[in-house]
Design a protein around this ligand. Structure first.
Ligand code: PMP
Length: 442
């Protein structure tokens, strides 16, 4: 018996012993095409030599220097790199070890900001149903995914959840996307007024929703309206780009495509591409200045914040992506992947929707296409697809979402940016095999 407390105690896991570009290889020599980057992490694939070399070099110089004593060259350089490319106003970066930690930092920074500026009643958060922001308690309380929350409820902080922007199920008959965006922004504003704007701290959302919905972008104009509502009521906008950021949707920050900026943006996953655990919270000038001229200190130190080796790895990942000009390639490959998925599965009786942006694509699995009825959760369709895909040599990320309180299923694809066109065919062919095996032949 393994002495590791694995995330599932009822499942056996193959042992990954080697990575080769977009493939992982297990101890039996089986090769798996990593079409989800683990969980949208491995954007440069596995065993990249430039990143490996940068890590080796940094470990040889200074692997770790506690941030209570020192700053380091890679941490400063990575902050410069990110701020130069970030949406307007985001001028400093707080480095942590992953996405949940980045969200915790964002929530505490928002809270501290309002305390520093003399508005201590602002502590209430608004997020969206069908969202995931991490597994630590603050981040878990923020997310609206019932399946992940319910066994730990009541959670420690109060969060209201409003409707996500989810055209496939949310757009009403005859409603235009513009009218849908207005309706959702009105819903957010009504919730703010219901709580009393003077009590509300921030609205939190993923620009393209990942784990709970399967790569769902908002309709055009939605985020612009959300930004306006937040500004009207003095509320901070926190964008969670842990999954969709760092080039995954074709631009370094997903917010760029919405034409807005945020007060705080969280990133992780693709930042270090799995070579080292790292996340970060980008902080607006306004928030940083309020803290700098107030208490001057953010009480959120973890032992490994700003880890020198992790920063060096992330800097190497990001400069490699830039030097190889991979972001236009993400758009090209993303279009190719979506076209192939639509050609192969567009009429599939159990695929209700194919959506996404860049190399962040999702398929929604339904029992009935016409009525959009989700599969009975008892059938554990997403788990079956995942298992069948692994047998076919494909890693994809099938998950159950929450549709009106029920579980629904989707598959998330988030492959590395280094793919060749032939890998796109391989993804679609293997997914077809997995779906036939998990759902029966068409
Ligand atoms: N936010 C989003 C949008 C995520 O997708 C995730 C991870 N799936 C997190 C936060 C939490 O990140 P981590 O698992 O690195 O703590």
């Amino acid at each position: 018996m393994s002495h590791v407390f694995h995330r599932s105690l009822t499942q056996d896991y193959p042992t990954a012993i080697k990575g080769e570009g977009p493939y992982l290889i297990d101890d039996q020599g089986r090769r798996y095409l990593d079409a989800c980057g683990g969980a949208a992490v491995s954007c440069l694939g596995h065993s990249d030599t430039a990143v490996t070399e940068a890590i080796r070099e940094q470990v040889g110089k200074v692997a770790y220097a506690h941030t209570a004593f020192f700053t380091t060259e890679p941490m400063e350089a990575l902050a410069d790199f990110l701020v130069e490319r970030a949406p307007a106003g985001l001028e400093s970066v707080y480095f942590v070890s992953g996405g949940s930690e980045a969200m915790e930092a964002a929530l505490k920074l928002a809270r501290q900001y309002f305390i520093e500026i003399g508005q201590p009643r602002r502590r209430h958060l608004i997020a969206r149903r069908q969202s995931y922001h991490g597994n630590t308690l603050g981040a878990l309380a923020t997310g609206g995914n019932a399946w992940r929350r319910q066994q730990f409820e009541p959670l420690l902080i109060d969060v209201s959840h409003v409707s996500p922007c989810y055209a496939y199920r949310g757009l009403q008959e005859g409603e235009t996307p513009e009218a849908y965006a207005v309706r959702l922004a009105d819903e957010l504003e009504a919730e703010i007024l219901h709580l009393g704007a003077e009590n509300v701290m921030a609205f939190v959302a993923e620009p393209v929703v990942g784990a709970t919905m399967g790569a769902v972008p908002a309709v055009p104009g939605y985020f612009k309206r959300v930004r306006e509502v937040c500004d009207r009521h003095g509320i901070l906008l926190i964008l969670d780009e842990v999954m969709c950021g760092m080039g995954r949707t074709g631009t370094l920050f997903a917010a760029e495509q919405e034409g807005i900026t945020a007060d705080l943006i969280t990133i992780a996953k693709g930042l270090g591409a799995g070579y080292q655990p790292i996340g970060a919270t980008l902080v607006s000038r306004r928030i940083r200045d309020a803290i700098a001229s107030g208490s001057g200190f953010f009480q959120h130190g973890h032992t490994y914040i700003g880890h020198a080796t992790a920063c060096a790895a992330a800097l190497a990942v990001q400069t490699t992506i830039q030097q190889r000009d991979l972001l236009p390639r993400v758009c090209e490959l993303g279009e190719g992947l979506q076209r192939r998925l639509t050609e192969r599965f567009g009429e599939h009786p159990h695929i209700g929707d194919i959506r996404g942006r860049g190399l962040f694509q999702g398929l929604e699995l339904v029992a009935d296409r016409a009525t959009k009825t989700a599969f009975d959760p008892e059938r554990k369709v997403n788990a079956r697809v995942k298992q069948a895909a692994m047998q076919a040599g494909l890693m994809c990320y099938p998950m159950g979402g929450t549709i009106d309180g029920r579980l629904g299923d989707h598959i998330l694809l988030a492959p590395p940016f280094i793919l060749e066109e032939s890998h796109l065919d391989e993804i679609v062919d293997k997914l077809d095999i997995a779906l036939r095996s998990a759902l029966g032949s068409r």
